[in-house]
Design a protein around this ligand. Structure first.
Ligand SMILES: *Cc1c(COP(=O)(O)O)cnc(C)c1O
Length: 354
């Protein structure tokens, strides 16, 4: 950055370290198991005859299809450019400049980055050692908090959040803050969704995405599920044409009966591959802990994490090193890929000598 741009940049942006997304921090490899994407690329068709026109603000067919899939009403859904945009919208819609967001690390990195780019302070209440929420400390941190982010299943640990605990958080912030439950991985633990709770808790917002189980990270399409008043408020902040025609067309096809059947089929393949990797990790004597996973990725600990990461890279496999983060000593995360990807992963695990 030139000195002029630097001196003109807002204070909260100048010192910001941008999100080290999997695609930004690529360092080789041809098997990408570092961003929890689906290994399956499905085919879609596009109708270009509409492209001279601006798209609908919220494409009705898309909203109807997602509401139907999620079991909510159409006026309880907002489509956005990925769940990432929903995170930012929640902060921009609800936080005054002197208010805060609360996060429970280790968790998804974009909550803090989005808050920082908006100039909003981030209050951190780390998870307990068993990766459950620390309800007492959340309660104690309540003052000034306007949006609470809970990731369930949590990224990067893959752990579930107990429903009783989510209820406790909703109660703690009943009249004071929005509780955003990020369900980016909910398809891998579908019985755990709290989407139906939006009818009961008027401070609950549930975030969803097509980027993970649906295999559509490339189109950038996510959703917020919440009561009509929250959706209306966020609709004032979101730009006028967030969902392009191609995105709407592809997303609608993914949400048809056959699209949903394909997602379920591919999810089952991924979950079967996950079991294979879990078994291989169990057998590896250089792995001393494997964290329970309710998602399409596995986090595990190894004293030999550095050498193991390098061994994967040598085999062309890119995984993700979380060992520098709070509570994640020696931790690596591996996303589950195709059967062939898994063969390659297991070959590395079996050949590795600690
Ligand atoms: C991947 C991910 C997102 C981002 O989803 P997009 O729809 O691709 O923006 C949000 N939250 C969590 C927890 C994620 O892992």
């Amino acid at each position: 950055m030139t000195t002029l741009a630097k001196s003109l940049t807002k204070n909260n942006i100048r010192d910001l370290v941008p999100y080290a997304s999997a695609r930004r921090s690529m360092s080789g490899g041809n098997i990408w198991l570092n961003a929890n994407e689906s290994p399956f690329a499905n085919e879609y068709h596009l109708d270009s005859s509409v492209l001279n026109r601006y798209p609908d603000f919220q494409p009705p067919e898309l909203i109807k299809a997602y509401a139907n899939y999620a079991g909510v009403q159409t006026d309880q859904v907002l489509a956005s450019r990925g769940a990432d945009e929903a995170i930012e919208l929640l902060i921009r819609t609800f936080c005054e400049y002197d208010e805060q967001v609360l996060i429970c690390p280790p968790t998804y990195g974009m909550y803090a980055i989005s808050a920082q780019t908006c100039g909003i302070e981030v209050k951190k209440v780390p998870l307990k050692t068993d990766f459950s929420l620390d309800i007492e400390n959340i309660k104690a941190a309540k003052n000034k908090v306007k949006v609470v982010f809970i990731c369930a299943p949590n990224n990067p640990t893959g752990t579930l959040v107990n429903h009783e605990q989510i209820k406790q958080v909703l109660e703690i912030f009943k009249n004071t803050a929005i509780v955003a439950v990020d369900e980016a991985y909910i398809e891998y633990a579908s019985e755990q969704t709290v989407a139906s709770w939006i009818a009961k808790y008027d401070n609950l917002a549930v975030m969803r995405t097509l980027s993970k189980a649906f295999g559509l990270a490339g189109i950038r399409c996510g959703f917020t599920l919440a009561n009509r008043d929250i959706i209306e408020a966020m609709s004032k902040v979101i730009p006028p044409y967030p969902i392009s025609w191609p995105v709407a067309q592809i997303a609608c096809q993914a949400l048809t009966e056959s699209g949903l059947a394909k997602m379920a089929e591919q999810k089952a393949i991924v979950l079967a591959q996950k079991e294979r990797i879990q078994t291989a990790l169990d057998k590896a004597d250089y792995v001393y802990e494997q964290i329970d996973s309710a998602s399409n990725f596995i986090m595990f600990r190894s004293q030999a994490k550095k050498a193991l990461f390098a061994a994967f890279l040598d085999a062309g496999i890119l995984i993700r090193d979380y060992s520098g983060q709070i509570m994640l000593d020696n931790s690596l995360r591996i996303s589950i890929g195709s059967q062939a990807d898994t063969d390659a992963v297991i070959a590395v695990l079996e050949a590795f000598k600690g």
